[in-house]
Ligand binder design. Structure first.
Ligand code: PHB
Length: 360
């Protein structure tokens, strides 16, 4: 038996990876919030080091600005303290022979003033999603967001650009733009959350404009070979919807291909739920996009091996499985038993459920 291709090295854009197993971005809410959402505690470093068997680690979502934050104690990548904080993490991952990119994130309307330092959430349109935020005061409905002006949109594009520059300074190998799961970029793409009548709304080209301006800004800053994007064309997570997902995401995929970015990371189906949701043709996207296709959502070992061997994907991202199996790549290689993650410790402070899952 030869080693399945899943476990063999490849290139993702400019990034050489030791295998095709990727650690998906995972919110863990263990940054130092009191000091300004700063990562890099010894515990944070351990967590990432333990998981550096992955060919590539995609960091937890890191907000590009204070108002881009939607959960307690998520790290940022806009302040100097945050850039310094990331350095021991990227260093530890590199020392262990892996690669790590920063997921750069703006939550848009999926937040509450208690998480943003008092700022009103922002969005393409003033449409309140049916979503609760978890703040230090408990569970609260998110408010009606402020509809961004064009000047404000341009500022956020620059924040993404600065985040990409900061990521490289912090030692990351690149960035993943968070274009999925009903956060700001996705809010612009989908017609359920974008009712604008200017150049950022209406026509498919207009709804993709913000996503592509963010991509272009990051590419101009750090190069196309170090930029990727995560998309979830069919998710309803965070109360997003679209009347014609194939049309809008089809246009986006073609435009992303024209830009030569490193990868598209697809959440196939419903985020953390069923994969067999109709409405988008991932096989078409795989053909239309010439960069790396990363598949994600509920993959088993067999599905991952088969997807790579059959050419359906170039790499597979695992989320939950990396929480409870720090040595996931070794376990998959040897078809060893996998541990189940405990959801009650996903977002709790401290090492329990974070750095205390043992390797085999
Ligand atoms: C979460 O913190 O629950 C979360 C964050 C980012 C996602 C999905 C879920 O893309």
């Amino acid at each position: 038996m030869t080693t399945p291709q899943l476990f063999q090295p490849t290139r993702i854009g400019d990034i050489e990876v030791a295998n095709r197993i990727i650690m998906a971005p995972l919110t863990r809410s263990r940054a130092d919030e009191a000091q300004g959402d700063i990562p890099g505690s010894a515990m944070n470093v351990d967590y990432y080091r333990q998981r550096s068997g992955a060919g590539l680690i995609i960091s937890e979502g890191t907000q590009v600005s204070p108002v881009g934050k939607g959960y307690m104690a998520t790290p940022g990548i806009f302040s100097e303290g945050q850039v310094e904080g990331w350095k021991p993490i990227t260093q530890a991952v590199h020392d262990a022979g892996s690669k790590i990119i920063a997921q750069i994130w703006h939550v848009g309307r999926i937040t509450h003033p208690d998480l943003t330092g008092g700022a009103q959430p922002v969005a393409p349109s003033a449409i309140q999603p049916k979503v609760a935020a978890y703040t230090h005061k408990g569970k609260v409905d998110v408010p009606v967001p402020h509809a961004l002006s064009v000047a404000e949109i341009k500022e956020i594009v620059q924040q993404f650009r600065q985040a990409a520059a900061n990521a490289i300074r912090a030692g990351f190998d690149g960035v993943e733009i968070h274009g999925a799961n009903g956060y700001l970029v996705d809010q612009f793409i989908r017609d359920g959350s974008n009712h604008r009548t200017d150049e950022y709304g209406g026509l498919v080209e207009n709804r993709c404009r913000f996503a592509l301006e963010v991509v272009d800004a990051c590419v101009a800053e750090i190069g196309a070979g170090r930029v990727g994007i995560r998309l979830s064309p069919l998710t309803s997570f965070n109360d997003v919807s679209d009347s014609h997902p194939q049309t809008v995401f089809g246009h986006l995929v073609e435009e992303l291909n024209n830009r030569g970015i490193a990868f598209i990371h697809f959440i196939e189906g419903e985020t953390g739920g069923p994969r067999d949701v109709p409405g988008f043709d991932y096989a078409w996207a795989r053909q239309a996009f010439k960069g790396t296709y990363i598949g994600n959502n509920g993959y088993t070992r067999e599905m991952a091996i088969d997807a790579i061997a059959s050419g359906k994907a170039d790499a597979i991202a695992f989320g939950r499985m990396f929480i409870s199996n720090p040595d996931l790549v070794e376990r998959l290689k040897h078809n060893a038993t996998l541990s189940e993650a405990n959801p009650s410790t996903f977002y709790t402070p401290g090492p329990v459920g974070y750095t205390d899952y043992p390797a085999l």
